[in-house]
Design a protein around this ligand. Structure first.
Ligand code: ADP
Ligand code: ADP
Ligand code: ZN
Length: 222
């Protein structure tokens, strides 16, 4: 199963992608997570990505495509993958199409999660994540069992540096300008399913899984 999670920052793409990846037994590929890991390790890629991410701007397409190309050539991607936060521009989507064509494969589904802008700002201001394993929490909607600590690995949770009001507003603008056009790009090309991301986390997952139920029995896909 090859899925792209689409939706504005804070829609719940990462939260859902992590759970779906486990259920479908395919890797969860978050370009944002890959960049943050590079920043933590202070690599050249990290240094470069940070200068864009801190302002809520997109990392240049050629850089992003380089890391995606490397990632999807790893063996675990043969059974499928869930892209989260990628593609983010039409150029990335076109480039991905070419890459998949060369591999003789194609995308199965776009999962489009929709949430209103006002909800997004409050969600991201309350987002906390685990720098070690990437688990994502929300101070009110989805708090860890023990305050401030990751449920799965015990690491101290952190807020993201780009989850400040000003940067969030810029990310929303960038989303509307550069990423939303992907809906038109994929329309008629790849099956797209829309979900109301304002519902509870479990409810959204349930609806996505119900939708995916139609693939059951097609063993080459699931
Ligand atoms: P994205 O990957 O789309 O940026 P995340 O999955 O990181 O979004 O979620 C953003 C924040 O919103 C996190 O704090 C997360 O815990 C919370 N969140 C995710 N889905 C929901 C939901 N359905 N209802 C309420 N809060 C949610
Ligand atoms: P969110 O889901 O909350 O928007 P992400 O973790 O997906 O956050 O992305 C954080 C930042 O990483 C983006 O604002 C952007 O600077 C960079 N980034 C992530 N994915 C891409 C991508 N596909 N293309 C360009 N920049 C990206
Ligand atoms: Zn953790």
């Amino acid at each position: 199963m090859r899925i792209v999670m689409l939706g504005p920052p804070g829609a719940g793409k990462g939260t859902q992608a992590k759970m779906l990846a486990e259920k479908l037994n395919v890797p969860h590929i978050s370009t944002g997570d890959i960049f943050r890991e590079a920043i933590r390790k202070k690599t050249d890629l990290g240094l470069l990505a940070k200068s864009f991410m801190d302002r809520g701007e997109l990392v240049p397409d050629d850089v992003t495509m380089g890391i995606v190309k490397e990632r999807i050539s790893e063996p675990d991607c043969q059974k499928g993958f869930i892209f989260d936060g990628f593609p983010r521009t039409t150029a990335q989507a076109e480039n991905l199409d070419g890459m998949l064509r060369n591999l003789g494969i194609s995308l199965d589904l776009i999962v489009d999660i929709q949430v209103r802008d006002e909800e997004i700002v409050s969600r991201l201001e309350n987002r906390r994540s685990c720098p070690a394993c990437g688990m994502v929490y929300h101070l009110i909607n989805n708090p860890p069992v023990e305050s401030g600590l990751c449920d799965s690995c015990g690491e101290l949770l952190v807020g993201r540096v780009d989850d400040t009001r000003q940067v969030i507003l810029n990310r929303l603008k960038v989303y509307e300008e550069k990423t939303e056009p992907l809906k038109a790009y994929y329309s008629g090309k790849v099956e797209t399913a829309q979900f109301d991301g304002a519902q509870e986390i479990g409810k959204v997952l349930e609806q996505i899984m119900e939708y995916l139920g139609r693939y059951q029995g097609k063993s080459e896909v699931l």
